[in-house]
Write a protein that binds this ligand. Structure first.
Ligand SMILES: [Zn+2]
Length: 251
């Protein structure tokens, strides 16, 4: 059976002499492994489309145990991302996040669109890097089913409190009164931080370039939501994030 779908290559693993096993996040299929015969050979017509980050139209043949690449037609190769180490490292973080939550047979259209749009804007250098990281992280959490509740107190429902904390495990804000009752694993969040997080969770990618945010606020949100992400994905070791933190300068 042949399946036509858009997809983005997350990984390309060498197999035998010139074959590759691609990990593709496909709009229609979720994450799939694809055997790409000869795709690592320089003569292959599939070489370009088999590169990580390439966004393509795929024709896949569904075999008994895995998919085989029948054809790949690049829509956008994102080559320019590879010329900028910061942008490439951020894209690698996006790949690692997507790779962690997606599974075969479970499509996630909103996450797919977020991924495609974010890679495009990152490549065109629209918007600050730190905002890209944060917007992607927050919308990624939302579309993967881990959206934090930031509209008011998760326990009593109030929208007013002199200060707030985010209860990491339950995934929601707690007002000052409710903090005492269930301290749990919580991190303080400023009011400005809460407002910005709510905004980034819904903002269109085109509007990111207009946005200017104080670096201190970005840092606060990154620390809180990276920790939140690690708790909810049950994974603390993100290679791409470690690398990114080493090369980041001034953002
Ligand atoms: Zn409360």
């Amino acid at each position: 059976m042949l399946v036509k779908t858009e997809g983005i290559v997350l990984k390309n693993m060498k197999y035998k002499e010139s074959d590759g096993i691609l990990t593709v996040f496909a709009r229609k299929l979720g994450k799939v492994s694809v055997m790409a015969r000869g795709a690592r050979s320089s003569k292959s017509q599939h070489l370009a489309g088999a590169q990580p980050l390439c966004y393509s139209d795929f024709v896949l043949y569904k075999g008994k145990s895995m998919y085989t690449l029948n054809n790949v037609d690049p829509i956008h190769n994102h080559y320019k991302l590879r010329e900028d180490l910061d942008a490439l490292s951020i894209a690698s973080f996006f790949i690692e996040l997507v790779d962690t939550v997606t599974i075969e047979g479970q499509s996630n259209n909103r996450l797919f669109t977020l991924f495609v749009e974010s890679l495009g804007a990152l490549e065109r250098k629209e918007g600050e890097y730190a905002l890209h990281i944060l917007r992607f992280l927050l919308q990624f959490l939302k579309f993967s089913g881990y959206e934090p509740y930031l509209k008011g107190c998760n326990q009593c429902g109030t929208g007013n409190s002199p200060q707030w904390v985010l209860n990491m495990e339950e995934g929601g804000l707690l007002c000052q009164r409710c903090q005492g009752e269930s301290p749990g694993l919580a991190k303080p969040l400023s009011k400005k931080g809460i407002r910005l997080a709510n905004f980034l969770m819904v903002i269109d990618i085109e509007d990111l370039r207009e946005l200017k945010v104080h670096p201190k606020l970005l840092k606060e949100l990154e620390e809180v939501f990276q920790r939140y992400m690690m708790i909810h994905l049950d994974k603390t070791n993100f290679k791409s994030l470690d690398f990114l933190s080493k090369i980041r300068k001034g953002y």
